[in-house]
Design a protein around this ligand. Structure first.
Ligand code: KIV
Length: 272
């Protein structure tokens, strides 16, 4: 990881240029999502390189079946919360569905709010060739952009479901378009490893995989998936590093039991 300080050394805040340059140094980048202050403190302490306030918040925070209903105000609110908790990781905010597709002007204004009011360092925009112009306009406005190709969850209606994307030539063209438009990094979601590997070799910017194999320059997972907090869906690409959902249920059962039996609170929790 880029940012883990040696003992006694102060952690240095990650910047967009440093993040982009990691590929040249052969450093694998670690990203994770976060949606509030406490999560931000924890992921930052763990030394991840980048944090995404993803529109996945629609599913794992708001309980919706997909990301289509997430608004700019939703992402703005959660970005502000996360920004307060980060000291070193790069903060990327997702542009929700229909906040950048309608017009370039609207896209720049909306992305600008995520930077100015939310405290994000960069925004993430879905789409390859079709998003080339909007990415270039954001970059011209000094708004760093992370691209996102492959399974783009905002295209759910067109794709007909969360499906692995296998159109190699199209994906290579998408990656090229995103890089040429000036994005500093590219998320590749749900693409066979061999195709993600070819994309990674074909673009100068770091690729961040999710369900895209080991050859990407970095990886991202949704925090609630990797911690075992969200169990409605369990995609094949998720590795659960903890089962916090079950631990939380166990802790709450113990609390309930102790309250019911009069075992909590005790004298040590009482004011005199
Ligand atoms: O919204 C999100 O969390 C994302 C990641 C899964 C890449 O887009």
């Amino acid at each position: 990881m880029v940012n883990i300080p040696s003992p006694g050394q102060k952690p240095r805040a990650m910047t967009v240029p440093e993040f982009a340059a990691a590929k040249g140094r052969g450093q694998r980048l670690v990203m994770v999502t976060a949606y509030d202050y406490t999560q931000a403190r924890l992921v930052d302490e763990a030394g991840v390189d980048g944090v995404l306030v993803g529109d996945s918040l629609g599913m794992v925070v708001q309980g919706m079946p997909d990301v289509l209903g997430v608004t700019l105000e939703d992402v703005l609110y959660h970005t502000r919360c996360v920004a307060r908790g980060l000291k070193q990781a790069l903060l990327v905010a997702d542009m929700p569905f229909l906040t950048y597709q309608v017009s370039i002007e609207q896209a720049v204004l909306n992305a600008g709010r995520l930077i100015k009011e939310g405290g994000a360092h960069a925004v993430k925009v879905e789409g390859g060739v079709r998003s080339r112009e909007v990415i270039a306009a954001l970059v011209r406005a000094d708004i760093p952009v992370m691209g996102h190709i492959g399974l783009t969850p905002q295209s759910l209606r067109r794709l007909g479901g969360f499906r692995v994307q296998r159109a190699k030539e199209q994906l290579l063209q998408d990656a090229q378009a995103v890089a040429e438009a000036g994005a500093f990094a590219l998320v590749i979601e749900c693409v066979p490893g061999e195709i993600a590997s070819a994309i990674t070799a074909s673009v100068p910017i770091p690729t961040i995989g999710i369900g895209a194999g080991a050859a990407c320059d970095g990886q991202i997972l949704v925090l609630h998936d990797l911690l075992g907090l969200y169990t409605d869906l369990r995609p094949r690409f998720v590795k659960r590093y903890a089962e916090l959902g079950q631990q939380i249920v166990n802790a709450l059962r113990t609390y309930a039991e102790e309250v019911r039996q009069g075992l909590f609170p005790t004298a040590e929790h009482e004011f005199r």
